[in-house]
Design a binder for this molecule. Structure first.
Ligand code: ATP
Ligand code: MG
Length: 591
């Protein structure tokens, strides 16, 4: 059950920033800079604290880039801490995926910790609070606790158990820990202020009884610390200087500070003895919580609970479905770590919550892939084109640049023959006005190969065009005088004999409406707005140099969009490509 102790020890390495890190100056970095200038800390320490109850999503990427980024930029450390205080919902599968995701985004942690590594410390801290008269064992049921709590406009009432003596509290708490009581029978509560305007301060629970096996500690504990208590003390234990979290925790900050101040780990080394026994010797400190706005995009849902429902109800093909906003999903879709970091930089850090346009996310991917993805040719809706003035056995290799703006990307050979596949939509028998591609009697440039004229079409039994027959202008071949002859259109192609048949998965947005969480209409939920066209699977052809791709390699398929070789299913002899994003924002035109 428990993980090896070696992984608990800190390394000496500082957190390192990815090479493309620009200089940033948001309000959090300003605070950090001022704190350092004022000599408040020897070094910056941050942490990224996901709860292992699901897969990380794009929103978490913002927190990861911020937590690890700040540490790296100021020469400090960032820990990855699995916030595993809610055993019923947590699973080692999520713990593994979270580590994979953080590494993939380009970051490495100073130490990998679990909040559960500190259960002994929390327990000693709770006893300390009891001895100080700052905590008591309460026998109210959950329902009674709610009644006593009051409302936003009315103060709460003191629990009848609030004035128990220290000895009785210590005894009851010891028996809670020994597993003597049933789930929910008692809680340990902080003694703060039932009249506080901040409901979080109305004697909040610090411990609850839960006879549940824990993914890290097994059945060692029948009681579990509550989030606020565990989180604030975990930060203090690790010597976190700046505890960065999202705005919904703003109201919790007074409780966070209360826990840190009352327990005062920095001055109570005896409470840390259980950790020193495990080799953890972080300098406990008083952390400062700073909140920033959550990342939200339209056309997506971004809560683990809702994503879990999509998975469990079979509405998507798992957490790593390329339509999911999980990091595992968008990774499979073809998003790159640098595109996500670029997106986070463009969005910036502020205290303003907002629903951002998904074009910011897609735009970052386009810009990243435009700069870095090699170009290839692929045909996803094939129509046969025969060049009648070349022999059947004709075969040549044409040199194509891998990237139009990057000579260093080199060239590749693309096979050319007398039988090609072109996109069905690049031919029209009855061309609409302004059509610039191939039509009977018309010319078109075959990208990099020459100019063809269509002489006739061959139809199948249903009257559908099955083949276009063309002549190639011999003067228009690469390097010839006539190669620059002006024609209206250029189309892409692959050689039928040389191209590799491929499965192409055409992904689109998962939801049809901008705000599926809050769509105004009777009784519908986000699940009623799934885009039925969000995945289409077609059979096409890719040039040999695309088929050879390694899994997760991205390309621009010329004129079609950006595609990635599927992380799991792609094989050079049976290629599978996922469309990551189209070349342009086609939704903006629809709107
Ligand atoms: P969800 O609501 O999706 O379940 P969560 O907040 O419960 O997410 P945690 O695992 O608790 O997820 O989050 C780990 C860290 O990531 C926290 O510091 C949290 O503030 C941050 N985080 C979570 N969602 C977002 C988001 N959408 N934008 C920015 N940061 C986020
Ligand atoms: Mg949470």
């Amino acid at each position: 059950m428990s993980h090896p102790a070696e992984s608990l020890a800190s390394t000496d390495s500082q957190t390192v920033a990815p090479a493309d890190t620009p200089v940033r100056n948001d309000f959090i970095r300003q605070i950090v800079r001022e704190d350092l200038a004022a000599g408040k800390h020897a070094a910056v320490r941050t942490r990224f604290p996901p709860e292992p109850n699901g897969y990380l999503h794009i929103g978490h990427a913002k927190a990861i880039c911020l937590d690890f980024g700040v540490a790296a930029e100021f020469g400090g450390w960032c820990n990855l801490r699995l916030d595993d205080t809610n055993p019923a919902k947590e699973d080692p599968e999520y713990v593994r995926a979270i580590q994979d995701d953080v590494h993939w985004l380009g970051f490495d942690w100073h130490a990998l910790r679990h909040a559960s590594d500190y259960f002994e410390v929390f327990h000693l801290a709770a006893e300390q609070l009891i001895r100080q008269g700052d905590a008591f064992v309460c026998d109210l049921t959950a329902e009674q606790v709610r009644e006593y709590r009051g409302t936003l406009t009315e103060p709460g009432r003191n629990s009848p158990w609030r004035d128990r003596g220290v000895e009785e509290n210590l005894d009851l708490f010891r028996r809670m820990r020994a597993g003597e009581f049933a789930d929910g029978a008692r809680t340990l509560r902080a003694k703060i202020d039932m009249a506080s305007g901040n409901i979080n301060l109305r004697d909040p629970a610090l411990y609850r009884i839960k006879h549940v096996e824990h993914q890290n500690t097994g059945d060692a504990w029948p009681i579990y610390p509550m989030y606020d208590f565990a989180h604030s003390l975990s930060d203090a234990v690790e010597g976190i200087t700046h505890s960065l979290c999202t705005l919904e925790f703003e109201d919790h900050r007074p409780l966070y500070d209360w826990c840190v101040d009352k327990v005062d780990l920095a001055h109570r080394p005896e409470l840390l003895a259980p950790l020193r026994a495990k080799g953890i010797t972080d300098p406990a400190a008083k952390p400062r919580q700073i909140e920033f706005s959550r990342l939200n995009f339209n056309f997506l849902v971004m809560s683990k609970r809702k994503l879990m429902a999509l998975v469990q109800e079979g509405l998507v093909d798992g957490w790593d479905d390329p339509r999911m906003p999980t990091l595992q999903g968008i990774r499979r879709r073809g998003y790159t770590p640098s595109a996500l970091r670029l997106m986070v930089d463009r969005v910036g850090i502020s205290k303003q919550n907002s629903l951002l346009d998904i074009s910011i996310l897609e735009g970052a991917l386009r810009d990243d892939l435009d700069a870095h993805a090699p170009r290839r040719m692929a045909v996803i809706d094939p129509l046969k084109l025969t060049i009648t003035n070349l022999p059947d056995a004709h075969e040549e290799q044409l040199a194509f640049a891998n990237h139009p703006k990057d000579e260093a990307a080199g060239t590749r050979e693309v096979a050319f023959s007398n039988t090609l596949w072109i996109e069905r939509e690049d031919f029209e028998e009855v061309p609409p006005k302004g059509f610039k591609r191939l039509t009977v009697g018309g010319d078109v440039r075959l990208r990099g190969a020459g100019i063809v004229r269509c002489d006739e079409v061959v139809k199948d039994a249903d009257g559908r065009v099955a083949e276009v027959r063309c002549t190639l202008d011999p003067e228009s071949r690469p390097g010839m005088e006539g190669a620059n002859r002006k024609v209206k259109g250029t189309i892409h192609w692959v050689s039928a004999r040389h191209a590799v048949p491929a499965e192409i998965r055409l992904y689109d947005r998962l939801f049809t409406v901008a705000d599926p969480d809050n769509e105004e209409s009777s009784g519908k939920t986000y699940k009623d707005y799934l885009n039925s066209e969000s995945r289409r699977v077609v059979r096409g052809y890719v040039e040999a140099a695309a088929a050879q791709a390694a899994p997760e390699q991205s390309f621009q398929f010329e004129r079609l969009g950006y595609f990635v070789a599927d992380r799991y299913d792609h094989r050079p002899d049976a290629p599978v490509f996922n469309r990551s994003v189209s070349l342009r924002d086609t939704w903006a035109q629809k709107a």
